[in-house]
Design a protein around this ligand. Sequence first.
Ligand code: NAD
Length: 305
Amino acid sequence: MKILVYEGFHEDALEVLRGKYEVIYDPRVPEKEELLSAIEDCDVIIVRTYTTIDREVIDRAKKLKVIARYGVGLERIDCEYARKKGIEVVNSPLGNVDSVAELVIFHMLSTLRRLVEADRSVRRREWDRKKFEFYELKGKLIGFIGFGNIPRAIVRKLSGFEVNFVAYDPYVDEETMKAMNVKKVELDELLSTADVVSVHVPLTQETHHMIGRRELEMMKPTAVLINTARGKVVDEDALVEALEQGRIFGAGLDVYYEEPPTNRRLLNLPNVVLTPHIGGMTKEANRRMAFELVEKIEKVLSSKN
Ligand code: NAD
C-alpha cells in the first residue's frame, strides 16, 4: 500500500504511517506534472491547503482509494468526481477548531485595540498614546456569518468577555443557536448591528463574494470585519476601499484573494491586521488533525479490504 504525502504532515503521524505503509513524503506543494506522475500507482494521497486534485489528476490514478485533506477546506478537490469513481474524500475538520477560534479572538482584540499598529509605532520610537482610538470587546455584539464548529468554539471561549452574539446561517436552526445564547438573524440585520463581523462559511458558489460593497456599506463605521474562512468569500477590492475611506474601523485577515496576498493597497493599510493563513497551524492542531486523518484513512482502507 502506497501513501503519497504533500505539503507537510505531523512527524508522529508520519511515523505511524511509515510503520505500516510505503510512504512517499514531499513537504512542498507539487507541480502539476509531478503530481500527475506520482499519483498513478498510489493508494492514498494526503494534501493540505494548496494542492489541486482535479479530474485530470483523478483520471491518472489507477489504484487511488482515498484523497485525504489535512485540514478542512475541500474547494481544491473535485469531490463529486472522486466519489463517482469510488474514491473516498476525507478531511480533518475538528482538530484545528480551537486554534482557529483562538486566532479569531486575537484578531477581534487586536483590531479593536490597533495592537499591531501600536506595536509598530513603539518600534519607530514614537510615544503618542492619543494617536489611536481604541475599543473594548466588553459589551460588543459579535456577529457570525456561518455557525459551524469554529464560531461555536469562539462562543464557548468568550464566555467571560461579557459580549452578545448573533449569527446568520440558514442551515442551522434557531434552537441550536438559542441553546448557546446566540440569536439567529438575517444577514442584513447582522451586518447593520454587529460590532464585530466574523466570517466562517466554506467557499462555495453561494458564498463567493458574499461580503461585497453592499454588505460592507451596511456595517457600522466603528465595526471590524474578521475573515479566517476563505479570501474569496469577501470582495477584497471593496474591503480595501471601505478601509481606505474609514467606512469601517478595521479588519483582521488570515485568508486572502490570492495567497500570499499581492494587493499592494491592502498591504499598505494601517487599519488591518494580517496573518499568513495560520488559523490551524499550531503544534497541537497539527498533531490532532494528523491523527484524526490517519484514523479516517485506516477506516476507509479496512472497509475496502
Ligand atoms: P463548519 O463546516 O463547521 O461550518 C460551516 C458553516 O457554514 C455551516 O454551519 C454551514 O451551514 C454554514 N454555511 C454554508 N453556506 C452558508 C451560507 N451560504 N450562508 C451562511 N452560512 C453558510 O466549518 P468551521 O469548522 O466552522 O470552519 C469555517 C471555515 O473556516 C471553513 O469552511 C474553512 O474554510 C475555514 N477554515 C480556515 C482555517 C484557517 O487556517 N484560517 C482553518 C480551518 C477552517
